[in-house]
Write a protein that binds this ligand. Sequence first.
Ligand SMILES: N[C@@H](CCC(=O)N[C@@H](CS)C(=O)NCC(=O)O)C(=O)O
Length: 213
Amino acid sequence: MIKLYGVAISNYFSAAKAAFIEKQIPFEEIKVFPSQKPEVLAESHMGKVPWIDVDGEILTELNVIFDYLEDSQLKSPMYPSDPFERAKVKELIRIVELYIDAPARRHVGTTYFGAPLEPTAFKEVRSVVENGIRALLKVAKFDQYIAGENFTFADIAAYFHINFAQMNMVKIYDWDMISDTAPLADYLQLVGQRPSVKETNRIMQLEFSKMAS
Ligand SMILES: N[C@@H](CCC(=O)N[C@@H](CS)C(=O)NCC(=O)O)C(=O)O
């Protein structure tokens, strides 16, 4: 059985987990924190989570894991079959990863682990995230789901990455970017009802509350 490594408080790990559930691919979850320790680097090339172990072979990077799950299980497709529509789904995933999650992530030391606020990051991050949101709105269809009528991997990535960015924006800038950006609130509410996402998010929130107490 495929082993999925990481921690529930990670939006990347939780997105991978929801993808396994959605594709109905059995997996064993193994709790490990990202780190630069040799034992982690021996498996996860960059020391990040998630990674998967398929019969002793390692795969890292969420979007690579999405592709692997899709190609190894044709049931319950999570990408459109049309090449252009499929590329649009991947474009949306890149936008939420590179231009919303990545800049917001510069504050994670402060928001998750109580590190002092970094003044350069404070000055730079919000406008980069605003630009990412602008790009997302330009590409997204919100025709029920982000890439159209069908639920895709882009919905999973958008749900976990936008909520992660939101948590950072609220804590650092007191900016409720989701409420400020129609139709994000309604869209995320809809995706959050999807059983794979709902269950994964429930565990994630449970882990957050344990961390806070
Ligand atoms: N590009 C990676 C990003 C994964 C990532 O940033 N994971 C975070 C947890 S949400 C992590 O491991 N952070 C620790 C680090 O960056 O060293 C992917 O697509 O899987």
